[in-house]
Design a protein around this ligand. Structure first.
Ligand code: ASP
Length: 319
């Protein structure tokens, strides 16, 4: 038996504290706890890591606080184009979808692609049609829209039009959700889901659905889900870079993640973060921004949640 463990991030585009009420912060933290518990139930029942990360990401997608599913970012044409992926470290099986417009839970579509075994990545209307044929819940695109994202898009477009010198905050620009898990068999898995960047060009695909860029899992090495400016994560093949540093370079998970986030990715002057888990030990969640929504359940079954610097110990995760 291996010690089970689970971690998540809700994107390194955390709002500045004063920009939302205490009640909203409490709700966002509660949704992180719910998401962790959903994955934990799977692991505690002896379920697979890949099922646990899926269960966790579904809860994050359903929450309006994070940029994935309900609450997703908007393109420059005020449309939603959603990306997601999932990878099973036991078999290296992977599934991903990009540019979805109608599938309520993109991570479930990514999982259906993995299970089909016929492709790794499906795109656009064909991917939505595939999800529909698999019996997944389809929604009107308005379901994904929240006032916060509409306001953020307007602000970004106004400042671009006026040539404002002030850069947009990380929170206005982006976010993502992702999870990593290790099950009792020692298998690792990772999943990521996102609305991408606010004001992104139509048809833009980020790193989240690209295996090796935004998501990667390989038994005996690590599982990782990334967040930040996707173009750089693609060019750096960031998620696989973490695994390669460990597998070929002999770095520990902590050293590999530190180098990746604070040297490699930070050298591009972008916001960057990740959640990752190794073959042993508890998850880590480094980031270089003001904050990153994150949480994990360690190998002792203790649950932790953070949005900014402080990490709150929430006690035992329960059954
Ligand atoms: N990585 C995501 C993307 O580029 C955005 C983010 O994580 O904030 O689509």
């Amino acid at each position: 038996m291996h010690p089970i463990s689970l971690g998540l991030h809700g994107g390194c585009g955390t709002l500045e504290r004063h920009l939302q009420s205490e009640a909203d912060w409490a709700e966002a933290r509660a949704h992180i706890v719910d998401a962790l518990r959903a994955g934990w139930r799977v692991l505690r029942a002896g379920g697979a890591a890949v099922d646990a990360v899926q269960a966790t990401v579904v809860v994050m997608e359903d929450s309006p606080h994070f940029n994935a599913g309900h609450g997703a970012a908007l393109t420059e044409d005020a449309q939603h184009e959603l990306d997601a992926s999932i990878m099973d470290g036991a078999t290296l099986a992977a599934g991903a979808v990009c540019l979805l417009r109608r599938t309520r839970n993109p991570v479930l579509a990514a999982r259906a692609v993995l299970d089909s075994g016929r492709a790794v990545l499906l795109a656009g209307e064909a991917a939505d049609a595939f999800a529909e044929r698999q019996g997944l819940t389809m929604v009107d695109p308005g379901y994904f829209t929240t006032q916060r994202r509409v306001d953020a898009l307007r602000r970004l477009q106004q400042s671009a039009a006026t040539g404002a010198l002030l850069p947009a905050s990380e929170a206005e620009k982006h976010g993502t959700v992702g999870a990593v898990a290790r099950d009792a068999q020692g298998h690792l898995a990772a999943a990521t889901s996102t609305g991408g960047f606010n004001n992104k060009p139509a048809g833009r695909v980020g790193d989240s659905p690209i295996i090796g860029a935004g998501t990667y899992a390989r038994d005996g090495v690590c599982a990782v889900s990334c967040t930040g400016q996707g173009e750089v994560f693609i060019r750096r093949v960031a998620a696989h870079d973490l695994a390669a540093r460990m597998a070929y370079g002999g770095q520990t998970l902590e050293d590999a993640a530190r180098t990746l986030v604070f040297d490699t990715l930070s050298s591009h002057h972008i916001g960057a973060g990740l959640v990752a888990l190794g073959a042993t030990g508890s998850p880590i969640a480094p980031y270089n921004t003001l904050g990153m929504y994150r949480g994990w359940i360690d190998t002792d079954g203790q649950l932790f949640v953070g949005t900014h610097q402080t990490v709150h110990a929430m006690g035992p995760a329960g059954a």
